[in-house]
Design a protein around this ligand. Structure first.
Ligand code: COI
Length: 360
């Protein structure tokens, strides 16, 4: 039996935002989940409380040394009013891998899924129904002990907040222009690249800003040692279709093990397409573009699901992909995965988990 979750209801509910203008991560629901960790006691006091400010000691270790991990998953509203989560077990497994890398104590994934279901159920009116929308679920953990010594904290806070979202990129499913990053690197093997930790994202912002200034939506990250091999695009995993074969960088320790990445690989295999996880150099992609075999490129992530790449800028070389149009595979993957998520395509993989049934 999981520990009972104490529920304190918000005295007043907020007005819901216009579902056609949600954007990403701008609105937050009425309640949040919170749980404490204290060395010796373990995780304790799971509770759902009104969404609001939290008190943090100025010496809280997360503010100084960045011991923080997070996850991102979504709840979808089906046409017949059911609420579905997509592969939450995968997020919990990755959260515990991130915890391990950041020396944060493990959480009980099943209990957190139970807590997320309780919270989403309480906030069910916040799950939008417009096409392309969902309720983004952000679980996160950070070090709260007041101490300036460099070591693992003895205290943590685990929180889950919810945000109704539309498309991640203003461009929607339209292909984006990407700059191949030659100076900054996102991660190196042995570092924290395969953990979903705040510092990875902090370190990526400068390159993203510079790319934006040059008119690009995001950056394509190369490996941190040779700056030759493709790692990720923006905050997403990346796939290419070259000469009829789908390829994606192999998980090498510095690449995030994306839930959408894993799902894309399984869906492609179910279509009898060849998917190869291997090292891919930027030079190889450039050659493929010259000889006309670079057919598609797209990013994959929870937030954007599938984000087609229309153009890569590599120094003074421009790589135009599929004439800047969305590729057939990217479009089909987008339709299939979002369809499974929102219940309009049969979930033959058993990936969706129902939160509750709302009577029509
Ligand atoms: C995702 O798409 O899975 C992400 O992690 C993006 C998020 C940091 C907004």
């Amino acid at each position: 039996m999981p520990t009972p979750i104490n529920v304190q209801l918000a005295p007043q509910l907020k007005a819901k935002p216009d579902q056609t203008k949600l954007g990403f991560g701008q609105h937050f629901t009425d309640h949040m989940f919170v749980m404490d960790y204290t060395e010796g006691t373990g995780w304790h006091d799971p509770r759902i409380v009104p969404y609001g400010k939290i008190e943090l000691d100025p010496a809280a270790m997360v503010l100084h040394y960045g011991q923080a991990v997070f996850e991102g998953l979504k709840a979808f509203r089906t046409e017949d009013g059911r609420l579905l989560l997509f592969r939450p077990d995968q997020n919990m497994a990755r959260l515990n891998r991130s915890n391990d890398r950041l020396s944060i104590p493990p959480i009980d994934g099943d209990f957190i899924i139970h807590a997320i279901k309780e919270l989403v159920n309480l906030e069910k009116d916040w799950v939008p129904a417009e096409p392309g929308t969902s309720l983004y679920i952000r679980p996160y953990i950070f070090a709260t002990e007041a101490c300036l010594g460099v070591r693992a904290s003895y205290r943590y806070l685990f929180m889950v907040i919810l945000s109704p979202v539309g498309a991640y990129y203003a461009e929607g499913i339209k292909p984006v222009r990407i700059n191949v990053e030659n100076d900054y690197v996102r991660a190196v093997r042995g570092g924290t690249g395969n953990a979903k930790t705040a510092g990875n994202y902090a370190a990526s912002i400068k390159a993203q800003e510079e790319a934006k200034e040059e008119g690009y939506a995001q950056v394509l990250w190369l490996d941190g040692v040779e700056k030759k091999y493709i790692e990720e695009v923006g905050s997403m995993n990346v796939f290419f279709k070259v000469n009829g074969e789908v390829v994606t960088p192999e998980l090498n320790g510095s690449i995030l093990q994306g839930v959408t990445r894993a799902s894309v690989i399984e869906v492609l295999k179910s279509w009898d397409l060849t998917v190869t996880e291997r090292r891919i150099s930027i030079e190889e992609l450039y050659e493929a573009s010259l000889n006309g075999t670079l057919e598609e490129a797209f990013g994959t992530g929870t937030a954007a699901v599938i984000s087609p790449v229309g153009e890569l800028n590599w120094g003074d070389k421009k790589i135009l992909i599929n004439n800047g149009q969305i590729g057939e595979i990217a479009q089909k993957l987008y339709n299939t995965i979002t369809g499974i998520q929102n219940g309009s395509v049969a979930d033959t993989f058993g990936w969706t988990v129902q939160v509750e049934t709302v009577k029509a």
